[in-house]
Design a protein around this ligand. Structure first.
Ligand code: SIN
Length: 475
């Protein structure tokens, strides 16, 4: 099922690397294919290609780029089921969610096909009669993207579409766990007429040698990364010598605050959508559910009842709600978080252990306190810790008591409270009565240790543009 071309990598054309690495299915551990293992020399060649391609790509009109992006979007949507299956096979996301992700991924391309035509300059007021002043916005240059395994399609289009729309070229290093979706997307870009070298995909078993070359080369003008805060800090440091522009979408530890006035069934529905999406493996999944004392017991009982109905199983089955975790390391982390919570006095109301292989039971835990590991580290698994609070002030203080600031959630029917709490939460994204707020046309990104910059919306394309000021003497 994995096309043989995907043992190669894509720069100006498909190439064989000197070696490959196996990609395994998290559902059953079988090898589903081999990916090209790119390193420093492939990275150097890719930068040459990217730089040459940039010279001509930047000269195309925004309307030409827009038309090509549109064709790419259509091609992806026409292959929606195939791409969804590929994604579920390589990283275990339930296929219903994968289909939704393909549409989400295509949505970024649609949005930036439109935004390409809206990159405008300005005419400034002149301080002198014989001068005119204007600004223009131009592509920043070749960009390097390091993308995660948990959204193998959307995290690529969220970066590549604005880059290409702006007139930049991009080299993608997809996650080693899920390189095939990235190769398929780039193949479709080439098939619809995307010029050679504008979008390259170089898988690598070890990202370090390739990334070192990218970070050291001044021709790479922009780096965009989605992943851990630890790696984000490393890239930030490595970008200093060549002063690259950076976008970092890093870890989170999202609170979900449910107030007494909430409709319990609706709040439970949104919390489940937020917590159990992709088996809890998204940066914006809630990690701490704070429920006000008046509805705590009713909410917890309804949550347990609803979570018990989630079906764990084969990611390729349309019935599945929860697929496998990505790998043994991910599983060990989830197990350690639950074990630590139990050892410190928490109560597991549902689930709490491995089903089989990399499948973990959807879990609800109460009696959680702030010292437990799952209260300050991202679990990245299907574990929902429920805590109780009394006042709005207390909820805000506890929600903000973290170095992270990506997404936070509030459930209330009181509009004034919704606005007050949204203003007070130190997060880049707040979902009010909405457990899955991310959409292509809105800004996505965090504050504090959760990152720098925004993807999505008109903010996303600004990350790939420089402002040039032109002063014109007219004597
Ligand atoms: C992420 O987890 O990084 C992305 C989540 C989203 O786009 O909704």
């Amino acid at each position: 099922m994995i096309p043989s071309t995907y043992e190669r990598y894509l720069t100006d054309d498909w190439h064989h690397a000197t070696s490959t690495f196996p990609v395994t299915s998290p559902a059953d551990g079988s090898t589903i294919g081999h990916a090209a293992d790119c390193g420093a020399s492939e990275a150097e060649a890719a930068i040459d290609v990217s730089w040459r391609a940039f010279e001509s790509w930047r000269a195309t009109t925004p309307f030409e780029r827009s038309a090509l992006l549109r064709r790419w979007q259509e091609a992806i949507l026409s292959q929606r089921d195939e791409i969804a299956e590929l994604m579920s096979t390589e990283m275990g996301k339930p296929v219903r969610e994968s289909r939704a992700e393909v549409a989400y991924a295509a949505g970024f391309i649609e949005w930036y096909a439109e935004e390409a035509k809206r990159v405008e300059g300005s005419w400034l007021a002149s301080a002198r009669p014989n001068r005119r002043a204007l600004t223009m916005r131009q592509p920043i240059g070749p960009a390097y993207a390091v993308t995660p395994w948990n959204f193998p399609a959307a995290m690529i289009t969220r970066k590549a579409a604005p880059a290409l729309a702006a007139g930049c070229t991009m080299i993608v290093k997809p996650a080693e766990q899920a390189p095939f979706t990235a190769l398929r997307l780039a193949e479709l870009w080439a098939e619809v007429g995307g010029p050679s070298g504008t979008l390259q995909v170089l898988p690598a078993a070890d990202p370090v040698p390739m990334t070192k070359v990218m970070m050291a080369d001044p021709r790479i003008r922009k780096v965009t990364f989605t992943g851990s805060t630890e790696v984000g800090r490393l890239l930030y440091r490595q970008s200093a010598d060549t002063l690259k522009r950076l976008s970092l979408e890093l870890g989170g530890h999202a609170p979900y605050i449910v107030f007494d006035d909430a409709d319990v069934d609706r709040a439970v529905r949104e919390v489940i959508a937020c917590k159990f999406r992709n088996a809890g493996q998204t940066c914006v999944c809630t990690n701490r559910i704070y429920v006000q004392a008046g509805i705590h017991d009713a909410f917890t009982a309804a949550l347990v009842e609803a979570v018990a109905k989630l079906r764990v199983g084969d990611p390729l089955s349309a019935e599945t709600d929860i697929g496998p975790l990505i790998d043994e390391q991910g599983m060990e982390k989830v197990e350690a978080h639950v074990a630590d919570a139990v050892a410190r006095g928490a109560t597991v109301l549902l689930g709490g252990s491995r089903v089989d292989g990399l499948f973990f039971q959807p879990t609800v835990v109460t009696g959680v306190d702030p010292d437990m590991v799952l209260m300050h580290e991202e679990t990245f698994g299907p574990v929902a810790p429920v805590l109780v609070f009394d006042t709005e002030e207390e909820a805000i203080e506890r929600a903000n008591a973290t170095p992270y600031g990506l997404a936070a959630y509030v459930y209330t029917n009181d509009l004034a409270r919704a606005l007050r709490v949204s203003e007070a939460l130190e997060y880049g994204i707040v979902g009010v009565n909405d457990g899955v707020p991310a959409v292509p046309h809105a800004p996505f990104g965090g504050v504090k240790q959760s990152g720098i910059g925004r993807e999505g919306g008109h903010w996303g394309i600004d990350e790939y543009l420089e402002v040039k000021y032109v002063s014109l003497g007219i004597e």
